[in-house]
Design a protein. Sequence first.
Length: 268
Amino acid sequence: MLLTVDVGNSQTVLATFDGARRVGCWRVTTAPRATADELGMLWRGLLRDAVVTGVCACSTVPALLPALRQLLDSLDVPVVLIGPGVRTGVPLHVDNPREVGADRVVTALAAHELFGRDPGGGSRPVVVVDFGTSTNVDAVGPDGQFLGGALAPGVEVSLEALATRAAQLRSVELTVPAHAIGKNTVAALQSGLVLGFAGLVDGLVSRIAAELVAQFGAAPVVVATGGLAPLVAGSCRTIGEREPDLTVQGLRLAFERQQGAGRRPASP
């Protein structure tokens, strides 16, 4: 059984796969100061009696990388830690490929494999909207190439900033409001955050989609993923597909490519 681990700034997603079938999935709070022993205890507690035969991980938290590497080094199974120098098969058509986060790379891989191949045997571009600590809107070409995208603050980050910087505003429950016109502070904040971010996403997706049509002559599939996708995606007019596990699916595919290439899995 393959274990995939996506270490994000706010949450860490762990998922197990039996082939292409996802068996289990857990979301836990990311602890940037966790030790290798603490990470190991957490993983063992979630996995229980599952027999892990390989691990593929990525991290956007530099402070946690030493502990993650130490834990992976202690495992007696093939491991792949996605980062610079690890081949994923995703061409990075950007100014500086080393700036692209590993999570965006494997998410692009999964987006192309799961949504970029049409039933007729051709391929099409994909736009991925990842609702997390940041809101990422990334473009994937019809050949699976990562073309870049747009980065904006996440919904929770924006709420925290408002509650911290505005004396008369406070943290509220993030939920879809019944109306755009809020009749009180709570409803007004919910409207601005949820519907406001839906409008931000729709505006960015529309512009990115127009550029993809001009470049490739085909309209993209638009896919939502990430922990906050259930909150915002339903209010977006441009999103056609949802896949909550796109990043861990990309980790699975990246691990399979490493194995299929006949190379020794890249140990951190």
